[in-house]
Design a protein around this ligand. Structure first.
Ligand code: SAH
Length: 249
């Protein structure tokens, strides 16, 4: 069974290798995971997993560093462009993106995105999204959350900033089956909002060189489409899906 996890950015490390643990991070470990003195927990830092043994010094929880494990190098750098959704679905999409190893997220204010207006660019909303991403790293053990860009409209994307390979999940006929894609190490993947991309947005993606891909015959909810598409890219990069075998069956 995996160890209970906490993030360590907000805790303090003494020169002797003791961690004075952030009270909010400890709260979940003690109240929900029922951790006690002597238990081992896993601290997450960008690039590292730090195994700690819990101690209590008066009312303060501390962690003694037992082991520091570098996070494995990933073979894929994936930029996800996702149409902004209603709150619950969007939060699910963010969590799914963390679980499947997305490196960067660009929220798209699409023509058919339901939540519209200034509230989308509010710093408080960005903070909230960042917090959801950080919390999700604890669930899946990712050492760092994806980088979150400020929302843009599709028209505002600068193609020069995009990676060499770009794919867009497109429902119309003629899209290439995702299963035939064997991607390189640096990829962008776009998924539309509940109301789908508008014809103008699809045209703009085409102009920017995005290859339209199909995720199968059924219409998936956007958070599911993110999981399916991003998993395919990361599993093929990790050599866990053999497209040559799949095609010869
Ligand atoms: N409301 C729309 C569906 C939007 S699904 C309708 O009923 O037609 C949200 C997004 O998920 C789409 O914009 C697309 O990017 C992606 N998506 C969902 N299922 C897909 C599929 N089978 N193939 C390709 N893209 C898909």
């Amino acid at each position: 069974m995996s160890l209970p996890r906490l993030r360590l950015e907000t805790s303090l490390r003494t020169p002797e290798g003791r961690w004075i643990l952030d009270a909010d991070e400890v709260h979940h470990l003690v109240r929900v995971r029922r951790c006690v003195v002597g238990d081992r927990v896993e601290g997450l830092l960008p690039g590292w997993r730090v195994i700690l043994s819990l101690e209590k010094n008066q009312e303060r929880w501390e962690g003694v560093e037992c082991e520091r494990i570098p996070s494995p190098e990933t073979s894929l750098h994936l930029l996800l462009l996702a149409g902004i959704l209603k709150e619950d679905a969007w939060n699910a999409l963010l969590r799914n993106a963390v679980e499947v190893g997305v490196a960067q997220i660009l929220p798209l204010r699409c023509e058919r995105s339901v939540p519209k207006g200034a509230v989308l660019s509010a710093p408080r909303r960005m903070e909230r999204w960042q917090r959801i991403l950080l919390e999700a790293t604890k669930q899946c053990g990712a050492s760092s959350p994806p980088h979150l860009f400020s929302p843009l409209e599709v028209e505002e994307i600068d193609p020069v900033t995009l990676p060499p390979e770009c794919y867009a999940a497109i429902l119309d006929g003629g899209a290439r089956p995702l299963g035939s894609v064997q991607c390189g190490p640096d990829v962008a993947f776009a998924v539309g909002p509940e109301g789908d991309f508008s014809p103008r947005e699809k045209e703009r993606f085409r102009e920017m060189g995005f290859v339209p891909v199909s995720l199968g015959p059924r219409i998936l909810r956007a958070p599911t489409a993110v999981t399916v598409g991003c998993s395919w890219f990361s599993l093929t990069r990790e050599g866990l899906c053999r497209t040559d075998d799949a095609l010869s069956l």
